[in-house]
Ligand binder design. Sequence first.
Ligand code: 5GP
Length: 176
Amino acid sequence: MVLCGPGGVGKGTIASRLVREVNNLTLSRSWTTRRRRRGESSDSYVFVTRAEFEEAIAQDQFFEWAEFLGNLYGTPKPDPEMATDLLLEIDIQGARQVRERDPGAEIILIVAPSSDDLRHRMEFRGDDVTSIDERVEIGQEEIAEASEFADFVVVNDDLNRAVLEISTIISSLRSA
Ligand code: 5GP
């Protein structure tokens, strides 16, 4: 299961709620070259140098990877023996790669109710204000593209409602 969407849409919060509330769902731990933020948990990513990341690319260790705002992010190839469903919380470029590599993946696109709402979320979480307009515009283009390959589109208008909608989607996929 893949949660994708533009930066700032709230997919990280949704993903952590889902793994707490839905049985048999494990969150994939990505690698990143981004520096750990103040107060960010040390297990939110595997934090590595660009050289370490590039070495892992050369050794074909990633299922998908992408560059986002100058940093590399990648999903390690999942363990085929894994007993639970795996949840990926990744950007839209990464979701496109998953779509190409794994026809069985279920891709859920998370969108904000409006571009103004997305802008406010970015401002609220303290993103660099000079790049917000550009990122909102990129986000709109990415959404248009991702709507073509996503299996579901969920509007993050209210956190509890969005989590409930996705939990229901997961239950229906499991019973299908
Ligand atoms: P952040 O730096 O805010 O934690 O994440 C920036 C963006 O990278 C978010 O959109 C997040 O979903 C995405 N991201 C996190 N991990 C991965 C990954 O493994 N692959 C890809 N393609 N994107 C990721």
